[in-house]
Structure formats: C-alpha cells, structure tokens
Design a protein around this ligand. Structure first.
Ligand code: AMP
Length: 209
C-alpha cells in the first residue's frame, strides 16, 4: 500500500497517519521529521537544509528528492509506505512518479484531509499548553481543569498571525500537487473537520470501499 497524506497544519494529519500506518503495517515517512533528524545529527544534508527550514522556506527539491528516493528504496518500504509532507512541489511529484515507474510500482491513493481555514484557526489559536504537566488543552473543545486553568499558556507559533501564514503557505504548496494527482484519478478528498475516529473511518472506506 503506497500512500500520500496531504493536509493543512492542524488538520489532524499526525493522528490519522498513526492510524493508517498501524492498519497497513507500513512505514510513516515524514520529510519534516527526517530533515529535523538530519539537522540534529548535523549531517551534510542537515547543514544544507537548516537555513531554509529556519526561514520557513522549502528545502531545495534536489536535496529532498534524493532523501526520499533513498528512503523508499530501503527494504522496509517493500510493502509500501505513507508519505507525509512530500511531495510539496510539482517537481517532487514528478520525480516520485518517475522513480515508481522505473521500479514498476504505483501509488494506491493520495489522501487529502480537508478542513476549512476558519476551523483550523479556531483549533490552533484555542490550543493551550500546561507548562507543568505538558498536557495540551483547547479553550473550547477540551478546556483545562480548574487547577490548571490559571497557568496554561499559548505557544508563540499558535498565534493567529503565524497560523494564517502557515495556511497560506500550505495552500500555495498544495495548489501545485493536488491537480496533478486529481488528473491521475488518485485523489481521495476526506472531510477532516469531523471527529478523529470518523475521519479514520472515511479514510479506510476511501481506500478499501
Ligand atoms: P513539516 O514538518 O512537514 O511542516 O516540514 C517542516 C519544514 O521542513 C518545512 O517548512 C520545509 O522547510 C521542510 N520540508 C519538509 N518537507 C519538505 C518537502 N517535501 N520539500 C521541501 N521542504 C520540505
């Protein structure tokens, strides 16, 4: 099962990715996680990628494409994979197509988690962190208990301004890849604004129904 998961920040991609990889026994390949790990280990790739990531820009295609191609050639990807955060540009999508073609493999589906921007802003700006326990709450959907209410804080990257900037970047990126997969008949649009188990059910139905 070779899958791609696409969705805006705050859409619940992490939660759904966990469910998908568990169900199909496939590795979860997140390019953001791989790049952060490379920076931590200070590899050549990490040193090249760091300044782009710090500025919130995309890492150049050649670096990311080489990293993903190497990863999906590994033995554990023989049964498939879930790509998360890749492809983000048309060049990346085309490079993946070419690599899979050459290996006589194909994608099963591209799952697009759709959540309206206003719902994302409400989810993210309402998020509060308890600095003592590390627990995450939401002022409306999951309010903190009385003893923690006074000390919960908002992370700086959960501000409305940062959230809207990330959404704008996401829309610019997906605009390049969504039509590419739609034209191939691979795109599965999923309503990500529902409860997490309902979203998981929709994904499974789309993949197996
Ligand atoms: P993410 O965790 O997916 O939000 O990615 C964090 C950062 O890693 C992004 O802002 C980019 O700088 C970089 N990155 C992750 N995936 C890619 C990709 N497919 N192409 C280019 N840059 C990427």
């Amino acid at each position: 099962m070779r899958l791609i998961l696409i969705g805006p920040p705050g859409a619940g991609k992490g939660t759904q990715a966990d469910q998908i990889v568990q169900r199909y026994g496939i590795p979860h390949i997140s390019t953001g996680d791989m790049l952060r790990a490379a920076i931590k280990r200070s590899t050549k790739l990490g040193r090249q990628a760091e300044s782009y990531m710090d500025r919130g820009e995309l890492v150049p295609d050649n670096l990311v494409i080489a990293m993903v191609m190497e990863r999906i050639a590994q033995a554990d990807c023989g049964i498939g994979f879930l790509l998360d955060g890749f492809p983000r540009t048309l060049a990346q999508a085309k490079a993946l197509d070419a690599a899979l073609d050459e290996a006589r493999m194909s994608l099963e589906a591209v799952v697009l988690l759709e959540v309206p921007d206003e719902a994302i802003v409400e989810r993210i700006t309402g998020r509060r962190l308890d600095p003592v326990t590390g627990k995450i709450y939401h002022i409306k959907f999951n309010p903190p208990p009385a003893d923690a209410a006074a000390r919960v804080i908002q992370r700086s990257d959960d501000s409305e301004q940062t959230c809207r900037a990330r959404l704008a970047r996401y829309h610019a990126e997906t605009a390049a890849v969504v039509p590419h997969y739609e034209a191939q008949g691979l795109l599965r649009r999923i309503d990500g604004s529902r409860r997490p188990p309902d979203v998981t059910r929709q994904i499974i139905d789309a993949l197996e129904g």
